[in-house]
Design a protein around this ligand. Structure first.
Ligand SMILES: [Zn+2]
Length: 54
C-alpha cells in the first residue's frame, strides 16, 4: 500500500518536473499554456511566449 502511495507521488512530481522543463527554444523562458475561447466557442490551448503568440 505504501508503495502505491509513493509511486503516485512520484508521478505527480515527475509531471511537475516535466512541465518546468518546457522552456522556449528562443528565449529560454518557461512556456505558459493558457486556455482560450475560439470565436466558435471552443476551448483551445495556446502557448504564450516571446514570438509564439501569433
Ligand atoms: Zn520565448
Amino acid at each position: 500500500m505504501a508503495d502505491v502511495k509513493k509511486s503516485k507521488t512520484n508521478v505527480t512530481a515527475r509531471q511537475e518536473a516535466k512541465q518546468a522543463q518546457q522552456l522556449c527554444r528562443l528565449c529560454g523562458n518557461p512556456i505558459q499554456v493558457v486556455m482560450q475561447l475560439t470565436p466558435s466557442g471552443r476551448k483551445q490551448m495556446v502557448r504564450k511566449c516571446c514570438g509564439a503568440n501569433a
